[in-house]
Design a protein around this ligand. Structure first.
Ligand code: OXD
Length: 317
């Protein structure tokens, strides 16, 4: 019997849906290594990825043919080795559109309302003003790497009366983005935006895309938000830009080094709002990722290549 191994725990109902869709397959699922370690070698489909999968499934004689990643980012997967053995890789891109765009607004609203400063005062029972507040209404948001998260962020921006600029590789227009650019337009978008929101994956092309030169293009009143991958940003240059007032603030969910070391100056900076790479982790996550798996599984079982979120090894996302 061919095997599907899911390295995440499925609900009883989800497992049943897979068993009904694939009655000729053996399904093993769960977080506990003991459940699947002895079977990994025989798994044709692996859902999720971890160190054990890396050790076992990339061996020459393993049966691996398709990996459905449970997250959107694939920068931690051995893309070259998966490509070499001809394995199909799909990801969960799209699961984050609502939760992460909501985090982006949480950060922008907290920053303009100075909530992060008021919370510090609250901890000390201090009734203290924080100076005049800003508004996001009428401001310009520049979204760098417009995909599912960026499109939802653009849609919400319109409700706030914002102007929306976008940058994506193809430069292809998108409904709620007033002006979309390809990478040649990045500098102009950085110059014009009050909020620069980076939703990029980490690839060879995007590594350290934001450094000293890019921060210097931004307005001194601008806020930089990174919810994609920490490696797209030169952290030292960001800290310097925040320390010297080159930009006004940053909202960060992702970091070059995670967990962020206790010694990082970012922890202490008053113009930084941070979350521990959890902006996508809402209770709806698993059910959304599962629906992507099911759509791809239907394809696979009918002899077609999984069609949702096929990772392009050349582009690395
Ligand atoms: C992901 C993430 O890759 O949450 O899905 O970072």
């Amino acid at each position: 019997m061919p095997k599907i191994i899911c390295l995440h725990t499925l609900t009883g109902e989800q497992a049943e849906r897979i068993r009904q869709a694939a009655p000729a397959w053996e399904l093993i699922h769960g977080k506990d290594k003991e459940l699947w370690l002895d079977h990994l070698q025989d798994a044709e489909i692996v859902v999720g990825w971890n160190k054990s999968a890396e050790e076992v499934c990339l061996k020459k004689d393993s049966k691996l043919r398709w990996v459905q990643n449970w997250g959107a980012g694939v920068d931690k997967l051995p893309l070259g080795r998966l490509a070499d053995r001809g394995a199909i890789l799909t990801n969960a891109s799209g699961v984050h559109a609502f939760p992460i765009s909501e985090t982006i607004y949480a950060m922008m609203l907290a920053f303009t309302r100075k909530l992060h400063l008021s919370v510090r005062h609250q901890l000390h029972s201090e009734w203290k003003g924080t100076g005049s507040l800003g508004e996001i209404h009428g401001k310009t948001i520049g979204i760098i790497g417009v995909g599912a998260i960026g499109e939802e962020t653009a849609r919400l921006a319109k409700a706030f009366g914002m102007k929306v600029l976008g940058v994506r590789r193809s430069g292809q227009p998108s409904g709620f983005v007033d002006a979309m650019h390809d990478l040649n337009g990045l500098a102009a978008v950085l110059q014009e935006s009050d909020f620069v929101v980076v939703t990029l994956p980490l690839t060879d092309e995007t590594r350290h895309m934001f450094g000293k030169a890019q921060f210097e293009l931004m307005k001194p009143t601008a806020m930089y938000i990174n919810i994609g991958r920490g490696g797209t940003t030169d952290t030292e240059a960001l800290i310097e830009a925040l320390r010297t007032g080159v930009i006004a603030g940053a909202g960060l969910d992702v970091f070059e080094q995670e967990p962020l070391p206790a010694s990082s100056p970012l922890w202490q900076m008053e113009n930084v709002i941070m979350t521990p790479h959890n902006s996508g982790s809402t209770e709806q996550y698993n059910e959304r990722a599962f629906e992507i798996l099911m759509r791809n599984l239907q394809d696979y079982l009918q002899g077609r290549e999984p069609s949702v979120n096929r990772v392009d090894y050349g582009k690395q996302y």
